[in-house]
Design a protein around this ligand. Structure first.
Ligand code: ADP
Ligand code: MG
Ligand code: ZN
Length: 560
């Protein structure tokens, strides 16, 4: 072992030994080779460039997208007696001038630079004049359009190789899917770099993904029953929800702070500092919070809204349990989340192939949610890591195996109702019709006159929500954004309506099938419940009508 590297680890950073692949990574970087590091959040990437930067002559230049955290990082290094500086848009001309002076004097150990600074001629000229030990490209996935956090400014990093051919580069990221990795290699010209890929398994994190019924109550119950006085992060999709939930948790006697990009910067900083320093604070935040946050004892990460990709989910949940102690990743989601995210996608600006990629990622996230298999195996498979061969025994699906049920009849009822209401309504109204509710809207549209009115009384509201959610996610229904999220039939539901295809759905833990005997089974047995028989006859008639109509060649419903 290179003595200087271990010396630096022990004496400068105060750690007794290297973790996992740190030693090998650091040795290659000190030797002047280009290195690509894929390591999960909390794995210890910073030391991988900080130690080579100190071991080699010159200043270590760190490109980081996190302007908000540069000050923290620089302060942390200063505490260790190192001279660290940053260059970003928050500095005055005088401050910049002073830093430039120090750099020319060769007394700076680390220079953190925001990517947009790199493209400035002044910065380039400056860097040409000083001795650079290493370029560290932190959060390197930001150069990838396929990745979850593309930053246009990061493309400036691609210039480093040509302009500084003799300075070794180390690119680091916690994103590991194959396409993002390839894009990093291509864009940064790291084809000859040594690659270090750590396992992405986080055995101490227990994953739970479940359905949203009442987000506030569920979250409160989760925290109170399992994480009282623990530090945790609650991720929400919107600023409004952040404020709403932070207030709610506080009202319930918990210690919660809001964090989102719409809050004034000083308040954000105060909240972040309190979260880091005090114990037992719950940070209720949008995804603006978290990248680069280094708090070892976060005991839970809760998502009360669906993340838009597995990459984001993994990254965000990865902030739990960096100290290796048991921690939880807990997610609740519902049809509304799916509708909302797909709507955002539909309305987003961007090239078609970009949108398609985003849609694929959302689909993968949904598949993970709906899967009945071990969460950990699913996650690792997604990151192309087929390491776990047996179930983890520490995720919701392993602990309580999911039951599936034959939902063919329920699906027929649901799809028939979509058709009968002319594909103009969202799930909640459809459920009202199915369950025979006589609310205002049902009456207003005369939907109590439909043949499917009340034929779904055998399932409760949550069960129907689950059915609709799964029908959407499986592609049997699509969401019409022009029409306020109305559900429409897809071509693929034809065999189900005709009774030619069985459909198995996961039985969500919260749903109760009111009657264990399905209408169909009842109709086949001798002791027919007359009510069931009546329902079944009505359904059969509906189905027959539909099937007949479906066979008309010019059937128009599907062609739009
Ligand atoms: P990453 O950037 O990969 O998310 P960090 O570099 O922020 O991770 O490191 C996460 C935590 O692990 C930090 O608190 C860091 O000080 C600690 N750490 C890293 N390497 C070691 C080590 N060899 N021994 C002890 N602690 C370490
Ligand atoms: Mg990091
Ligand atoms: Zn498992």
């Amino acid at each position: 072992m290179n003595q200087t590297a271990l010396d630096i680890l022990n004496n400068t950073f105060g750690y007794p030994e290297f973790r996992n692949q740190q030693k090998a990574i650091i040795e290659h970087a000190i030797a002047g080779e280009d290195v690509l590091v894929l390591m999960p959040t909390g794995g210890g990437k910073s030391l991988c460039y900080q130690i080579p930067a100190l071991a080699r002559p010159g200043v270590g230049v760190v490109i980081s997208p996190l302007i908000a955290l540069m000050q923290d990082q620089v302060d942390a290094l200063a505490q260790l007696g190192l001279n660290a500086r940053f260059l970003n848009s928050t500095l005055s001309a005088q401050q910049v001038y002073e830093i430039e002076q120090e750099l020319r004097q060769g007394i700076v150990d680390f220079l953190y630079i925001a990517p947009e600074r790199l493209t400035q001629q002044r910065t380039f000229d400056l860097l040409q004049q000083v001795q650079i030990s290493i370029f560290a490209i932190d959060e390197a996935h930001c150069v990838s359009q396929w990745g979850h956090d593309f930053r246009k400014d990061y493309l400036s990093v691609t210039l480093l190789h040509e302009n500084f051919p003799n300075v070794p580069r180390i690119a680091l990221t916690a994103t590991a899917d194959a396409r993002t990795k390839q894009e990093i290699i291509d864009r940064l010209q790291l084809h000859d770099a040594q690659q270090f890929v750590s396992s992405f398994d986080r055995p101490n994190i227990k994953y739970t993904i479940t359905q949203k019924t009442n987000a506030k109550k569920q979250l409160l119950n989760f925290i109170q029953s399992k994480h009282l006085n623990n530090s945790g992060i609650v991720y929400c999709l919107s600023r409004k929800r952040v404020e709403d939930f932070a207030e709610y948790l506080n009202q319930q006697g918990l210690n919660a702070l809001p964090y989102h990009a719409g809050l004034p910067a000083p308040l954000r900083q105060t909240h972040q500092a309190r979260f880091l320093r005090e114990e037992g604070i719950i940070m209720v935040a949008t995804i603006a919070f978290g990248m680069g946050i280094d708090k070892p004892d976060v005991r839970f990460v809760a998502h009360i809204d669906l993340p838009k990709s597995i990459e984001s989910y993994y990254q965000e949940t990865g902030r739990a349990g960096r100290d290796g102690l048991p921690s939880e990743a807990w997610l609740i989601y519902g049809l509304q989340d799916v509708v909302f995210l797909q709507q955002m996608l539909a309305q987003s600006q961007g090239q078609e192939n970009f949108k398609r990629a985003e849609q694929n990622k959302l689909n993968a996230m949904l598949a993970l949610c709906e899967s009945v298999d071990c969460r950990r195996i699913n996650l690792l498979n997604y990151f192309n890591e087929a390491r776990l061969e047996t179930n983890c025994k520490n995720c919701d699906n392993c602990i309580t195996p999911v039951k599936t049920w034959d939902a063919s009849i329920a699906a027929q009822k649901a799809l028939s109702t979509v058709y009968r209401t002319e594909q103009r309504f969202g799930a909640s109204h459809l459920i009202d019709v199915l369950m025979g509710s006589n609310n205002q809207k049902v009456k207003q549209f005369n939907h109590d006159q439909l043949s499917t009115y009340g034929i779904g009384a055998d399932l409760d509201n949550n069960a129907w929500k689950s059915v609709f959610r799964q029908l959407v996610i499986k592609g049997f229904l699509s969401v019409d954004y022009e029409q306020y999220g109305a559900l429409k039939l897809s071509e693929s539901c034809r065999p189900i309506l005709k009774g030619e295809q069985t459909i198995m759905l996961r039985q969500d833990s919260i749903e109760k099938i009111k009657k264990s005997v399905s209408a169909k089974r009842a109709a086949q047995t001798k002791n027919i419940d007359p009510a069931d028989l009546k329902l079944w006859a009505r359904l059969k008639k509906t189905r027959k009508d539909l099937a007949d109509e479906f066979d008309v060649p010019a059937f128009v419903v599907f062609s739009d």
